[in-house]
Structures are given as C-alpha cells and as structure tokens.
Design a binder for this molecule. Structure first.
Ligand SMILES: *Cc1c(COP(=O)(O)O)cnc(C)c1O
Length: 474
C-alpha cells in the first residue's frame, strides 16, 4: 500500500501530471478566491482512515480541496502578499526531490545537493556584493528562519560563550535594533533565542517609513551608556507593508562605528540585486554581516525556500555545530549542512532555485522582475487617475493607497469594505495593511511573473466597482 505496483503508479503519475498541468493552464480562469468554505468540512470528513481508499479517489479529493478551498496566490490577479506563481522548473524540482529524497544533513550522503546549494549561496552572495572568497550561507525554510539565523550568528560572534552559556553568558542586557516597519519575525527570533520581546528596540521611521538613522544612533548610545549589550542592527530592504528600503548604507555606517553586527532583511526587496538598473537601491548591503533573501518570493520557486547569506561562513559551524559528538552521524564535519543551520534532516531546497535559474538565466530573471517593477508603475498611475491616493514611496512594485474621492476614504472600515468587495468579486485579491503611526491602507503588490497589464486593468475596475457598490449601499 505504501508503494503502488508499477501499473497503478504510472496511472497515478499521469493523473498528477494532468492535474498539475491543468492548474498551470487554466488556474487563471477561475476566481482568485472562493466565495465560501461551504462543503469543506464534508470533504475532509469523508476520510476517517479506517479503510483503504483507491489512490485515484484520494488524489481527486486533494485536487478538489486545493481547487475549491484556497486563495489562489499563484493567480495573476492575486495582488496580495509576496506569494508568486511557482516556476515550472521549481515544481519539477520539488517532485524530483520528493522522489529521490536526498538526505541533506551531511554532505557525504548528498554530495550533489550540497555542491549545488553551496554554489547558489555563493552566487547570490555575489549578487549582493559579497566577494567570491567570503560569500557563504545556508538555505532555510524561509525569511523567518533566515532572520532567526542572523540573530543566533550575531550572538555567537559577539559572545562566543553564548554557545555554551546561552543568554546567561552575555556581558549585558542584549538589544537588537529594528525599525517600526521591520518584519515581526525578529520578535519571534528574540523569543526563540531566549532574549525575549524586551530585547527588541523598535526604532521610529520617518514620513516615508524609512528607519530614522539618528534614532538608531541615539538608541545604541543610550543602551551602551546604560551597560546594555547591543547585538544586532537590522535594516529592511523592502518592507512587507510598503516595500520601502531603509537607508542601508547609513545604517551600516552607524552599526560599524558602534561595533555592532549588521543584518539586511531583503526577503523580497532583494529582487533589486538581480536587476542591474535597480541594484543601486541596495547600496550598503555588501557591508552587512548577513542578508536574508527569500527565493520563494523574489525567485518564484515553490515554498519553502529562503536563503541566509553571510560573509562569515565559519561562524555558522560555531553557531550550530553541536559540541557533543553526534555519534550516529556519518561524520561531524563542520561543512555538513546539519552543523551549519537550524535544521537537521533537510530537504534539498536548492534544486528548485538551481533548475529555475539554469533555465531562465540571470537575464531571464532580470527581465521578469523588471516587468513586474514596470507594472507597479502602471498600477500606481492607474490608481491615481481613478482618484485613489498613493501613500507609499518606493521603486518596488507595492502600492499602498486610500480613496481620495470620499471623506471617509482612509477609514479602516471603508477600506476593509473595499478589500472584501474586491475579494468577493473573485476577479482580484488585495490586502489591507497598517503602517507606523497607525494609518490603514489598501495594499496591492505585483509579485507574479504572469501578471499582465490586462490584470492590472482588471484590478482597477474591481476597485471602482467596489467603491460604487459601497456608495450605493450607504
Ligand atoms: C516575508 C518576509 C519575511 C518572512 O519570510 P517567510 O519566508 O515568510 O518566513 C521576513 N522579512 C520580510 C521583509 C518579509 O517580507
């Protein structure tokens, strides 16, 4: 039962291939989000696992569930979070990896996988300005794990006794510095490392939502004067809410003068490193001790694929290699992936990036990302023309906006109504966000390589229809 016979297997693969291809071909024809979850409980309850089920029936139930009960993030009219349609090569890679199931804990078990991932972290480190000799890193499940890795690495480098003594060994009250607009995964990381939320200093942002460098400088000086132990300064290159890029070079300078480690969270905004005319947006990144980059965002590979890039590859083993010999492991080599990351047994995450990049090439990715940035400009202009007020300033394709055509056009209740009406129409999907200072904004971002100008038009029309429907209802 756990492995099907040859005939049943081939029939199953054919059906999987058909379903995957049908979704790639026609997924864009259906609604972006389903109107309701009616029937979901019944679908799930059909299985109580007391008797075996025919493979084709089980598969059909899964395809049905995935089709009817999800927001279709891969849809070209999904303008929500940074969740693009997966690359074809990435889907193929994930299937291969599942079938060959290489064990990426040790390099000796999976030399091909280890070599590919090593090649990729070096190549991407190079795109961010690291020199070939220093570029290193590890694949992660996503940006959150990469950010937590950055904090652990910084703690271990700043205080080698941290590896044994943990937070007790730190020479003072630890502090990490992020902006008000930084990703909340740093708070999680603070909890996971035993530092806790109170270790996180949230630095105010200016009117354009960029970290106030003066505020950072003052906070570090105050903390030092009070005997605290500044551990890590974080700049965000492409905030999740508004796509804003902190003044990376100035922040790097402050961190360097204060002798504090510097991390850049470029989970999505790192896409600028792949487009030659945009790469100057990331000036200063090369000075970072480490960088977060999310392949499942910027490179459109299937989840979960993040990257932690660093100039201090040796510190990964210092941070993660267990000091007690893991006697059951083939060899406790410091280059083994399990000794250089949070995970132990690990999936070959790098293959989906490797195959996608091999087929598209750097130029292919640059073209695709350039088109997305241009569509962001198109959307911005279109919204302004329709009376919406664009509230964020960024070169990246995220547009935050309110409605300039009515007095309550920036109220949370009204904007929520608009977002809900757009989703209910099935023709597009956008989200709401709240930025520093409390302002509520509608948020539309372009992250899908398949999104075209006609999709942007459809969003603009859906927004006007939402506005009209709320006007006529009140
Ligand atoms: C998405 C995001 C993260 C978290 O990444 P995951 O891949 O969801 O774990 C971290 N930082 C920023 C700026 C992000 O946009």
């Amino acid at each position: 039962m756990l492995s099907l016979d040859a005939e049943a297997r081939r029939a199953l693969w054919a059906e999987v291939a058909r379903a995957v291809d049908a979704y790639a071909e026609t997924g864009a024809n259906g609604p972006v989000a389903n109107a309701s979850n009616d029937g979901l409980a019944e679908l799930v309850a059909r299985f109580d696992f007391t008797a075996p089920c025919a493979p084709a029936d089980a598969l059909a139930a899964a395809v049905d569930g995935l089709t009817r009960f999800q927001v279709h993030a891969p849809h070209p009219r999904y303008f929500g979070l940074f969740n693009p349609a997966p690359t074809t090569m990435g889907v193929a890679a994930d299937a291969l990896v599942a079938a060959f199931n290489p064990q990426l804990a040790t390099a000796s078990h999976s030399p091909f996988a280890a070599a590919v991932e090593s090649q990729l972290v070096r190549a991407f480190g190079g795109r961010f300005g690291y020199s070939p000799e220093e570029a290193d890193g590890t694949f992660t499940s996503g940006g959150a794990e990469a950010n937590a890795t950055a904090l652990l690495l910084a703690l271990t480098r700043a205080c080698p006794a941290f590896a044994r003594g943990g937070a007790r060994a730190l020479p003072g009250d630890p502090k990490i510095y992020i902006s008000e607009e930084a990703h909340a995964s740093f708070h999680k990381a603070a909890r996971m490392t035993g530092l806790g939320d109170d270790a996180v200093r949230v630095i105010p942002v200016d009117r354009t939502l960029r970290m106030k460098v003066d505020g950072l400088r003052t906070a570090i000086a105050k903390d030092k004067a009070a005997g605290a132990f500044p551990v890590l300064v974080v700049a965000t290159a492409g905030t999740t809410s508004a796509g804003v890029i902190d003044p990376v070079a100035s922040i790097a300078e402050v961190a360097s003068r204060a002798g504090v480690a510097f991390h850049v969270d470029a989970a999505w905004g790192g896409l600028a490193a792949l487009v030659p005319e945009l790469s100057s947006l990331l000036d200063g990144c090369a000075r970072a001790d480490s960088i977060t980059f999310d392949a499942h965002k910027a490179l459109s590979v299937p989840m979960a694929a993040g990257m932690f890039l660093t100039r201090h590859g040796d510190a990964l083993a210092q941070t993660f290699r267990p000091s007690a010999a893991a006697s059951y492991m083939p060899r406790n080599a410091s280059r083994d992936p399990y000794a250089r990351s949070m995970q132990w047994s690990r999936r070959f995450t790098g293959l989906k990036v490797w195959l996608s990049l091999a087929v598209a090439s750097w130029d292919g990715y640059a073209d695709s990302l350039r088109r997305q940035v241009a569509l962001g400009e198109t959307l911005r202009a279109r919204l302004r023309g329709d009376g919406w007020v664009v509230a964020n300033e960024t070169a990246l394709p995220v547009v935050c906006f309110t409605d300039g055509t009515r007095a309550d056009g920036n109220s949370a209740a009204y904007l929520n109504g608009v977002a809900r009406a757009v989703a209910a129409s099935g023709s597009a999907w956008i989200s709401m966000t709240r930025v520093a200072g409390g302002a509520r904004l509608l948020r539309a971002c372009i992250t899908n390589y398949a999104t075209k100008e006609s999709d942007v038009d459809a969003l603009a029309r859906a927004l006007i229809a939402a506005r009209e429907s709320i006007r006529s209802a009140s």
